[in-house]
Design a protein around this ligand. Structure first.
Ligand code: RP5
Length: 166
């Protein structure tokens, strides 16, 4: 499937630091594979709070439909996003701190009632699944994407079925 960086983004991947991108680029790769227009930004909930708030608040009027936020340590980026938009926000906790991502997991998943963040697994699996979940959200209005998700599952199943330990 073709990459679509030239169109207005349907999904934004936001990371709290450039150091998060090694892991979060896997979300971008999945979106590329499915041909979803997306953009990526570094915005910090604590280092650039006003800039981050403005970006999240403007996302809906730009046509964005899903936000993916990856951050480590006291990871309040996804919560800060969710507080500034009613778009679905998917949070990916990242490891790298002394607590290996447990801090980021709890910071992301334990949102108080009323401002939801859909929280994925720590690290690469979470980045990949955030993108797949974003595609599942987009696919409710786009049957071609739902079919592409079915094909992706079938590809995974075929790979497992053909695996040999010898
Ligand atoms: C968080 O602090 C970022 O999301 C990153 O995971 C972590 C460390 O950031 P750097 O010090 O590497 O910029 O805000």
């Amino acid at each position: 499937m073709a990459e679509r960086h030239d169109q207005s983004p349907l999904v934004c991947i936001v990371v709290g630091s450039k150091s998060d991108w090694d892991v979060m680029q896997h979300a971008g790769s999945i979106l590329d594979k499915f041909g979803i227009a997306h953009e990526s930004r570094v915005l910090s909930a604590h280092r650039t709070p006003q800039m981050a708030a403005k970006y999240f608040a403007n996302a809906e009027q730009r046509g964005v439909e899903v936000l993916i936020c990856g951050a480590g340590a006291a990871a309040h980026l996804a919560g800060a996003a969710a507080g500034n938009t009613v778009l679905p926000v998917l949070g990916v906790p990242l490891s790298g701190s002394a607590l290996n991502g447990l801090d980021a997991l709890l910071s992301t998943v334990q949102m108080p009632a009323g401002i939801p963040v859909g929280t994925l697994a720590i690290g690469k699996a979470g980045a990949i699944n955030a993108a797949l979940l974003a595609i599942a959200i987009l696919s409710s209005k786009r049957p071609d994407l739902r079919e592409a998700l079915r094909n992706h599952r079938a590809e995974m199943a075929e790979k497992v079925a053909n695996e040999s330990l010898e």
